[in-house]
Design a protein around this ligand. Structure first.
Ligand SMILES: [Zn+2]
Length: 122
């Protein structure tokens, strides 16, 4: 009687002893693949977002540089004081540098994640 009880007590071990630990491994491999797919999508979104930010900052900077070159407002053609834009141009240049670095980093991470998934798929 006491033998039956202790067998019941350790019932949870039985599936593993019956060779199902192979399934456990398969499930965890599938889970890992799913996790890396999710991570890949997240990285793709992140990269897209950061590239968009980079492009926005870049086109804004281009507008300021163009404005400095033409020395007039593109909307109303009023003459502008180039000196007024030095500060903002400098700020936008720094912003662009940061945005480019962030986007570049995201691209690298995405590339690495894609390569990792390819290896895992084999
Ligand atoms: Zn204007």
């Amino acid at each position: 009687m006491s033998g039956t009880r202790s067998a019941k007590k350790y019932d949870w071990h039985v599936p593993l002893k019956n060779g199902n630990n192979h399934d456990v491994v398969k499930v965890s491999v599938r889970l890992e693949a799913l996790r890396s797919s999710v991570k890949l999508v997240e990285l793709e979104d992140e990269e897209k977002k950061l590239r968009k930010v980079e492009n926005l900052v870049e086109s804004k900077l281009d507008e300021y540089l163009d404005l400095q070159k033409k020395r007039k407002c593109p909307t109303c053609d009023r003459p502008v004081n180039v000196g007024d834009f030095r500060g903002i141009v400098k700020k936008k240049e720094l912003e662009l540098e940061k945005a480019s670095k962030a986007a570049e980093k995201a691209s690298t991470e995405l590339k690495e994640a894609r390569a990792l998934q390819k290896r895992q798929a084999k």
